[in-house]
Design a protein around this ligand. Structure first.
Ligand code: ZN
Ligand code: ZN
Length: 220
């Protein structure tokens, strides 16, 4: 268990030390050309230490250094109910997925939308945890960041897309927050009788020539 706490830099230094000791042994052996010196003086302890260190290195598992966030999909409709499935994954320093050495709590922060859970736990021995992000009604890009003690976070951006809406007069796709159609300048009819779109079953004004939800032309 202690081995898992070895930071990789120490691991690298131990490796370097091993190499230096072995080289030193060989150099001294060549310089003095003495078998006794080699075996008793430096060779014995150096080889012993090298062997011990190698044994130690062999037992050191890689440790997670990064936490990566993935979103599927990265673009969802800004309707306050669309979902993106979020995966939080532990990576080693080379970017390979790696199991958690201990239960790892990760705090998620989002600049928009709503996380099903802001804290997720990656259980010991598992590589990842999951949660869900629900869009807000405000469109635009948001940042999603993970915070787990001592781990570098690979943050991502998600895009909440404007919900397509069609002009009921001319069928042009309108902006979600646009009050009038950018093509014909008319505003959607309001306070009138409604009907159901034969194409998508949305409730739309009787006078609508086009469905606001799906853009389908309506029979006169
Ligand atoms: Zn229009
Ligand atoms: Zn429709």
């Amino acid at each position: 268990m202690l081995n898992q706490k070895f930071p990789s830099i120490i691991k690298n230094k131990l490796f370097l030390l091993t190499i230096i000791l072995l080289v030193l042994t060989i150099v001294l052996a060549v310089l003095f050309q003495s078998r006794i010196f080699l075996i008793l003086g430096v060779g014995g302890p150096a080889t012993f230490i090298a062997g011990f260190i190698f044994l130690l290195l062999w037992n050191i598992p890689s440790i997670p250094t990064k936490v990566e966030i993935k979103a599927d999909p990265k673009e969802i409709i800004a309707d306050g109910k669309s979902k993106s499935f979020i995966t939080i994954q532990l990576l080693d320093k080379k970017g390979r997925p790696i199991p958690a050495p201990n239960d790892t709590e990760v705090k998620l922060t989002s600049t928009g939308g709503k996380l099903e859970s802001a804290f997720v736990k990656i259980p010991k021995g598992k590589e990842k945890a999951e949660t869900v992000l629900i869009s807000s009604r405000e469109s635009g890009k948001i940042d999603l960041a993970a915070d787990a003690s001592g781990l570098e976070s690979i943050d991502i951006k998600l895009n909440f897309m404007e919900k397509p809406r069609y002009c009921m007069h001319c069928g042009t796709m309108m902006k979600l927050n646009g009050k009038s159609c950018q093509n014909c300048g008319k505003t959607p009819p309001s306070g009138v009788d409604t009907k159901s779109c034969p194409n998508c079953e949305s409730v739309i004004p009787v006078v609508a020539k086009f469905c606001a939800e799906c853009g389908a032309g309506q029979a006169a």
